[in-house]
Design a protein around this ligand. Structure first.
Ligand SMILES: Cc1cc2nc3c(=O)[nH]c(=O)nc-3n(C[C@H](O)[C@H](O)[C@H](O)COP(=O)(O)OP(=O)(O)OC[C@H]3O[C@@H](n4cnc5c(N)ncnc54)[C@H](O)[C@@H]3O)c2cc1C
Length: 429
């Protein structure tokens, strides 16, 4: 019997638990350690922030589902992973031992790296559902007292899709409320150009997003470093190719939402051999850490190198499909180890993303992530908004059912020619 622990029950951790449960032996034990006992669908947060979704509609109580599936749930959360001892210190003072650990903790939100940033400062966040619910209250105030809006991401951020989405969703929601004419919107980003997305663009994301922003009267500042945020204004430095300050902007706002930079969570931050200097877990092509080969990682907590050099730090996004591919590979590889074989599955890390504008949207597929690519495709249309709603319903249904994947999803992926697994290496001999 082996004890398998999944740390984190977000998008990656929940499907990891379901896939692992399907692939492990009946005698193995599976435990999920999370902060709390609920799952919430992060991609819906921009809709929560403008009141298009209630937080309860995108939140799932995991306790009965895990119980039904024979998965132990420890909602206390981890204080520290003790990697050399194969154990985790939990926040309530107890410990849990493991034979295999899968880290799926998502990001620690580095608001503290910019003075005045974040819900405890002067900008809103959509990174967590409770942040989004708080942003909704600020949005209601904006509707009553319209004024300028600043949306975007700060230097070191890696999650640009939701920043663009939120700018467009705000535009749509403000138009619907007939208040858009009183709300100038500025998009602020460290990306060297609009639509870079941390991926050096995908297909024509530069042209498509710039054009959509022009059509919707959203101004932008690229190569932008946020120096500090005051209660009603943002201080932004625009840099040149060499990263030197080329212009300074003082942007007054009545409402602002900025994506922060991410780093590893405190439970793993600084563990030598396990994480990089930002606290992200380093893994090989089998999702496995080299220094601690019984530790794997999936999702935003995984260290992924930046795509090329940019004047300001710009990280690579880890999107849902890419995370699913990491999960499938990890489940295959731990299952192999359980039966005395070597890990062979390699995640594709392809980026597939639907960016919603509230009425239409942009979809893109980057395969592989780093250019030059075999598939480098983007497209715009109303179908993207419909597809995003469909995906939300489908994914939440899947989580509530306790299922990792269905035949139809496989079929759809197959039809699109997108695979989660890049290769299954042939074992020597
Ligand atoms: C606003 C937003 C919108 C996004 N929209 C999309 C989208 O439309 N499409 C897409 O493909 N991707 C999207 N992403 C990117 C990505 O898919 C999500 O961030 C996704 O939730 C990441 O999954 P994860 O499992 O890595 O982390 P998370 O879903 O953040 O889960 C991490 C989990 O770990 C838990 N945890 C943290 N610390 C501990 C601890 N010490 N002990 C125990 N548990 C802990 C947390 O409580 C949480 O449950 C979006 C990201 C954001 C921020």
């Amino acid at each position: 019997m082996s004890r398998i622990v999944v740390l984190g029950a977000g998008l990656g951790g929940v499907i990891m638990a379901y896939e692992m449960k399907d692939k492990m032996r009946p005698s193995d034990e599976l435990t999920v350690v999370n902060l709390g006992s609920t799952y919430s669908f992060v991609p819906s947060n921009p809709w929560v922030a403008v009141g298009w979704r209630e937080p309860e509609a995108v939140t799932v109580d995991l306790e009965p589902i895990f119980k039904h599936r024979g998965i132990n749930l420890r909602p206390e959360g981890a204080r520290r992973v003790m990697a050399s001892e194969n154990r985790i210190a939990l926040n309530d003072g107890t410990f849990i031992d493991y034979d295999y650990l899968i880290v799926a903790t998502g990001p620690d939100l580095a608001f503290d790296e910019v003075p005045g940033l974040g819900p405890e400062g002067h900008t809103q966040s959509i990174c967590q559902v409770d942040h989004a619910a708080e942003a909704k209250r600020a949005f209601d105030t904006l509707l009553n007292e319209p004024g300028p809006v600043v949306v975007g991401a700060v230097q070191g951020a890696s999650c640009f899709g939701p920043a663009y989405e939120f700018a467009f969703i705000l535009d749509t929601a403000l138009r619907q409320a007939r208040k858009r004419d009183q709300v100038p919107i500025t998009f602020v980003t460290p990306e060297p150009y609009i639509g870079h997305l941390g991926l050096d663009g995908v297909g024509d994301t530069k042209g498509l997003i710039e054009s959509a922003m022009r059509e919707r009267h959203i101004k932008w500042i690229t190569n932008a470093k946020v120096a500090k945020v005051a209660p009603d204004r943002m201080y932004v430095e625009e840099v040149d190719e060499a990263g030197k300050t080329a212009a300074k902007h003082e942007l007054p706002f009545a409402f602002s939402m900025m994506l922060p930079a991410f780093r590893g969570v405190p439970a793993v931050y600084g563990i030598e051999g396990l994480v990089n200097p930002r606290g992200f877990v380093t893994v090989d092509k089998h999702q496995r850490n080299e220094a601690f080969p019984n530790i794997f990682a999936v999702g935003v907590c995984v260290a992924v190198p930046a795509v090329g050099k940019t004047p300001l730090p710009v990280g690579v996004p880890k999107t849902g499909f890419m995370i699913e591919s990491m999960v499938t590979a990890t489940a295959e590889n731990i299952a192999a180890l359980l039966t005395g074989e070597e890990p062979r599955a390699v995640a594709s890390w392809n980026a597939v993303c639907l960016a919603d504008f509230g009425d239409e949207g942009i979809a893109f597929v980057a395969q592989p992530q780093i250019p030059p690519r075999n598939v480098n495709w983007s497209s715009q249309g109303r179908w993207v908004h419909a597809a995003k709603i469909g995906f939300e319903k489908y994914f939440l249904h899947k989580v509530r059912q306790g299922k990792a994947e269905t035949f139809y999803e496989n079929l759809a992926l197959h039809m699109l020619g997108i695979r989660k697994l890049k290769e299954i290496e042939i074992a020597p001999g």
